[in-house]
Design a protein around this ligand. Structure first.
Ligand SMILES: CC(C)(COP(=O)(O)OP(=O)(O)OC[C@H]1O[C@@H](n2cnc3c(N)ncnc32)[C@H](O)[C@@H]1OP(=O)(O)O)[C@@H](O)C(=O)NCCC(=O)NCCS
Length: 226
């Protein structure tokens, strides 16, 4: 048998073993991707073609090296994964079970981020820091949180369990559990299934531009009334 055929067979065997190992060790993640992405047609499609899964596999490996203080190797793996998937997960981040990044491109998860179980991120999400301070400087995300496309969660803040962050929101303060937060800067619009009216919510009044406009509207109304 020629050398080329031998090499080809070895490559096929490695690929089959790789697919089998990913299917076994990431079974929960693959199933959750199928559940959370209505476009996912089959188990094999997720295993072979979902960048979010590939980024997670690379992260799990890089995190082992990070914990062994082999920081260069850890970062090397995460940067290779980043260039292939467009998803940058720092090896130092702590990520729970059944994490799923849908679409993925442009996602960044910072070094001191902590992510709970069953969290879903869409493309363009940043879990980032706000400055150059050392130590815990990235967000903590609770269990069962969904973070919409393009949302930025910045600083050492906490997003409570079962919360939703709207697409393109910029969140810079803690979000209580069971909440929906939208806008820039993020404001809680729903909590425990109840809609929160801005004017009644004294805890989450976060949008200074909106407040200024409301004040101006009141003054114009007053002037018009004479
Ligand atoms: C935030 C989100 C979860 C809203 O869920 P919801 O609880 O069903 O909220 P509603 O649709 O009832 O909207 C509540 C209010 O927030 C507003 N809103 C909803 N999403 C918003 C967003 N991303 N940015 C700003 N405002 C938003 C609505 O207009 C509505 O305002 P109103 O009360 O003044 O009418 C959802 O809109 C969202 O952004 N999901 C992310 C989805 C995503 O990223 N998909 C990517 C697929 S590729």
């Amino acid at each position: 048998m020629s050398l080329t055929i031998n090499i080809l067979l070895i490559l096929i065997a490695i690929t089959v073993i790789k697919i089998a190992l990913i299917s076994i060790f990431f079974y929960g993640e693959i199933r959750i991707a199928q559940k959370k992405d209505p476009a996912a047609k089959s188990f094999l499609e997720v295993v072979l073609l979902y960048q979010g899964l590939h980024a997670l596999v690379a992260y799990r490996v890089s995190h082992i090296f990070y914990k062994l203080h082999m920081f260069f190797t850890a970062r090397f793996i995460s940067q290779i994964a980043r260039s292939i998937t467009g998803i940058e997960i720092h090896p130092g981040a702590q990520i729970g079970k059944r994490f799923f990044v849908d679409h993925g491109m442009g996602v960044i998860v910072g070094e001191t981020s902590i992510i709970g179980d069953d969290v879903l991120l869409y493309q363009g999400v940043t879990l980032g820091g706000t400055g150059l301070k050392q130590g815990k400087r990235h967000p903590t995300i609770g269990n069962n949180v969904v973070i919409g496309a393009g949302a930025k969660i910045l600083g050492d803040i906490t997003i409570g369990d079962k919360s939703y962050v709207g697409a393109n929101a910029v969140v810079i303060k803690d979000v209580p559990p069971n909440s929906t937060v939208v806008g820039v800067p993020g404001r809680v619009t729903k909590q425990d299934g109840r809609k929160i009216e801005d004017s009644l919510d004294h805890i989450h009044v976060l949008d200074p531009i909106k407040q200024t406009i409301e004040e101006l509207e009141k003054r114009i109304e007053k002037l018009e009334k004479g």
